[in-house]
Design a protein around this ligand. Sequence first.
Ligand SMILES: Nc1ncnc2c1ncn2[C@@H]1O[C@H](COP(=O)(O)OP(=O)(O)O)[C@@H](O)[C@H]1O
Ligand SMILES: [Mg+2]
Length: 495
Amino acid sequence: MRKELEVYIRARYPLLWIVTPEEERALGEIEKLAIDLRRRLTHWSVTSGETNPALPGRQDRALREPQAMLNAILDENDPGIWVLRDFHPFLKDIAVVRRLREVAFALQPSQKTILLLGPVLKIPPELEKEITVVDFALPSAGEIGKLLGEIERSAAQNELVTVDLNRRERDQLVRACQGLTSTEASNAIAKAMIEAGGRLDGGAIEAVAAEKRQIIRKSGLLEYYAGGDRLDDVGGLATLKEWLRKRVRAFSDSARAFGLPAPKGILLVGVQGCGKSLVAKSVANAWRLPLLRMDVGRLFDSLVGSSEENLRKAIQVAESVAPVVLWVDEIEKGFSGVESSRSSDAGTTARVFGSFITWLQEKQAPVFVIATANAVHHLPPELVRKGRFDEIFFVDLPDATERTDIWRIHLLKRSRNPDDFDLGSLAMASDGLSGAEIEQAIIAALYDAFDENRPLTMDDLLTVLNETIPLSRMMEEEIAGLRGWASQRARGASR
Ligand SMILES: Nc1ncnc2c1ncn2[C@@H]1O[C@H](COP(=O)(O)OP(=O)(O)O)[C@@H](O)[C@H]1O
Ligand SMILES: [Mg+2]
């Protein structure tokens, strides 16, 4: 953050907003920067008014009133940086908003900068043009390493705690903490230590990882997904699987050394029930990376927080645990309102979508995005423009060979020997069915056999197939539309 902030301050941006729950760490960074820039630093909060961090204890309580503080900044002649802590509640007052706007104009030609520091981002529309948001990144591996060092040092002085970590375990513990704020990380480590009866050892790695899964889930938008799905369990889709297989080592140092860029991501568009989500879940396992699932539906859920802030947080967390696979399921559901956004939600959807695609295109961190979509008429055209994804794959209904594959996989999954069945006939009889429907047919037939206390037979399966009306028959038009769309823009996932 320090670099970015320095650039803005030097370029005389008058109003900067730093969003972070980590006030202490942010204040520390700001202080270092103020020293580098030789700017006087002033803090403000509603409880203490104006304080000077260099002279603790001295405070001007007369300036607790937000308007009074803003006036004092205006009157000041010398260059300086003012950090207004938790100022956001006062932005509900139109007079404060107006005053802040006037101050912003007045400050532009000066060397005075106001930093709004707080845990939430809620910019009133009147100030959108005046305020620049600066990201305060989550602690890096290096910073977490330092934090762990402090914990180790204080443990050394305290006979109640023993630290027993070898180098490898220490690195793993640092990695487990990535994605957390420093307070969250030290709390998670402390908790693990207490639970282990005052020991900090290899056991803390899993304890901290579990704590992190909790914290990430609570943030509302992201979820760690731990499933056992494997690419071998995906029938057909040979071209797509081959593309993914070729990139197994894509995030390794050797790939960088070879001159390869890290893959950005792919979009899977296609018929419902044909394995898009299944592939997304399997990639992370195949590549041995963690999988984060992003719920785009909740992005706009006002109960979770402001949409802009939700997206920033999700991106920050994903980047801090990278390399990682970020799965955005049914992306069209989140961003379907982009076109109508101006009239329906004052542009929020369009703005959030804009930041999302900018990130897709420009991200440097090794976050592999795998997005899926079942429908295209709501898909914003900007999403599929060149440069967003490495590739757009179209996932169609399986052909006969692919269906044979899917029958084999799912019979095996239900502990049946595929050789006992005539897979060719099953594939023929299941024309027009998706992988999900084939799986359902097997389950229905198993129930029939179970009910009659006998082994599963070909007849059970064929009877169920006879009674099944494929979804694709009811959705002929939609599927034709999908195929038409894909023929122009996407690559076939099947060979
Ligand atoms: N190609 C396939 N190979 C094996 N199983 C499949 C395939 N397609 C679908 N399935 C089965 O159907 C389930 C639902 O498919 P899913 O991946 O959710 O479809 P989509 O996301 O394309 O709508 C999968 O979990 C899997 O059990
Ligand atoms: Mg799906």
